[in-house]
Design a binder for this molecule. Structure first.
Ligand SMILES: Nc1ncnc2c1ncn2[C@@H]1O[C@H](COP(=O)(O)OP(=O)(O)O)[C@@H](O)[C@H]1O
Ligand SMILES: [Mg+2]
Length: 496
């Protein structure tokens, strides 16, 4: 008989929800139903990672009889309700395909359980959490989204483009409308009309972004919703993403979610250096915290060293006590210069050691015996630092030119993305870039070689352009001082 299978983590979550969340001896399948409801609220379907077909190692199995009431008395058998829900979600007739139904049901149930795991903390009220997750943005948003749909259609007509909306997906802050263009064969008229469109829609500084899709004559239009209808990307999503990051990555770091809510992270080791630019208040520091906390949560001080430089003295202070930060947090430009020069020496030493064992870089098998830790340098405000001491540019340039092979990576943040701060030599050797909101298109160009960042929504909204990859828009994970304190405390606990 058809069954839904869980794993040991799922089982822990179910037990936790019953014990600390619902605080009632409800049957486990009731939690599974809640998990299904949670997952159905996410616009993108869950993927195959949730497919498992056995209940070994701590997992369990649930017969449909329990979960949907299949085969029970008419009043208790709600299988057709479940079938209808999933058929509507996938726009496909699952009544005719029982196997697919059970498979998709399991995916949703397990994704919902993972959401509980990552989004709900035991000390918080589970009912509040559910209320917010299931209904939080419902009342307003359905109204406004349909209103947005109407307004978009009217605005498109007003700028002379005949379209029909074939689909709409809600992401954290924007709604992606799939529009079919009538009468035109490419989306250049749409591209030319974007500014007008933003104006007609009353978006202020923000913009509508367009991309082509793999379907003929269909373009994707990303339209921002009003801020009251945004969903900030929760801190818990960081740990959830990290637990599934590719194991071959050396320094996985999490950024947030893309326009339709898919998690986005990357391997800092492959970056191999990163520039983050954006105006004051755009979310640079929060983004740096996401990177640092990603690294700290996976690597102890024997595998990872951090060189933190913070001329403004405030942002990075919470990390000073960590054993990863051998020099604490440097705030003085003379100390920073000194530390960077020592790092250049360390790079040379490492190059010699690698040559001795016949390895080209730290990733080669031959380098394993050297046991080299990764070193990540984070500069909180590059422009300030360079103003205080121009001499700092020299070791920075030497490091970005050669350090990656020896396991040293740089993350440079600046609120002044101009040619002076980000000079030619730094620029050409820091291939991965993140642009948060900037004032002018020209600043966007300096950071990511294209305009667009001047039309972002602020507060962690970013355009991410990693080495060799197309630009993606990401809504950054929101991390407050509590989250940072918690991350630091658990890193300290792990080092004993
Ligand atoms: N990812 C985010 N989600 C929601 N709000 C954010 C996010 N990033 C930043 N913010 C908001 O913007 C404020 C400024 O962010 P911050 O990182 O200090 O900017 P910057 O370092 O660029 O000056 C934060 O205090 C927070 O209120
Ligand atoms: Mg800052």
């Amino acid at each position: 008989m058809a069954k839904v299978y869980t794993d040991s983590q799922d089982e822990l979550t179910i037990t936790n929800v019953i014990k600390h969340g619902l605080r009632h001896p409800v049957p486990k399948w009731a939690v599974l139903r809640l998990a299904l409801a949670r997952s159905l609220r996410i616009a993108t379907p869950p993927d195959q990672v949730y497919d498992r077909r056995d209940s070994t190692v701590g997992g369990s199995e649930y017969a449909l009889k329990e979960l949907t009431g299949e085969g029970k008395e008419e009043a208790e058998d709600q299988t057709s309700l479940f079938l209808a829900l999933l058929s509507a979600y996938y726009r496909r007739d699952l009544f005719a395909d029982g196997d697919a139904f059970v498979c998709l049901l399991q995916r949703h149930v397990r994704r919902g359980l993972r959401e509980f795991r990552s989004g709900w903390i035991e000390s918080h009220d589970f009912h509040d959490y559910l209320l917010h997750e299931l209904f939080g943005d419902l009342g307003g948003s359905t109204v406004v989204v349909s209103d947005l749909r109407e307004r978009l259609l009217r605005a498109l007509a007003e700028i002379g483009i005949a379209t029909e909306i074939v689909d709409a997906l809600d992401g954290p802050r924007m709604t992606r409308f799939m529009v079919r263009l009538r009468d035109i064969n490419d989306h250049s008229p749409l591209l030319r009309g974007l500014d007008k469109l933003a104006f007609v829609l009353g978006l202020g500084e923000a913009g509508v972004f367009v991309s082509s899709t793999t379907e003929p004559k269909i373009a994707a239009l990303d339209v921002p919703r009003i801020p009251a209808q945004w969903r900030f990307v929760p801190a818990a999503s960081l740990m959830a993403w990290l637990s599934g990051a590719p194991t071959e990555w050396h320094l996985p770091v999490y950024l947030g979610q893309d326009v339709v809510g898919r998690p986005i992270g990357f391997d800092l080791a492959a970056a191999p250096h990163l520039l983050i630019g954006g105006t004051t208040g755009s979310g640079k520091s929060v983004c740096l915290h996401a990177l640092i906390l990603s690294l700290l949560s996976q690597m102890d001080a024997s595998r990872l060293k951090l060189l933190l430089i913070d001329p403004k003295r405030v942002e990075l202070a919470p990390y000073a006590r960590l054993p990863h930060c051998v020099d604490g947090v440097l705030t003085d430009s003379a100390d920073a210069l000194d530390a960077l020069n020592r790092l250049v020496d360390e790079m040379a030493t490492r190059e010699n050691e690698l040559a001795r064992v016949g390895a080209r870089d730290i990733d080669e098998q031959k380098a394993a015996s050297l046991n080299l830790s990764r070193i990540v340098v984070v500069v909180e405000e590059l422009a300030d630092l360079l103003l205080q001491s121009g001499a700092i540019e020299e070791p920075l340039v030497r490091l970005v030119q050669k350090a990656r092979a020896t396991g040293i990576h740089l993350v440079l943040a600046t609120q002044r993305p101009d040619a002076q701060t980000f000079s030619g030599l730094l620029r050409s050797n820091v291939p991965s870039r993140i642009a948060l909101t900037v004032q002018k298109g020209s600043e966007s160009k300096i950071i990511i070689d294209e305009t667009g960042a001047e039309k972002l929504l602020g507060k962690g909204d970013m355009l991410v352009r990693l080495l060799g990859q197309p630009t993606v828009r990401v809504h950054g994970v929101m991390l407050g001082s509590d989250d940072i304190a918690r991350g630091v405390a658990s890193a300290l606990r792990r080092t004993g």
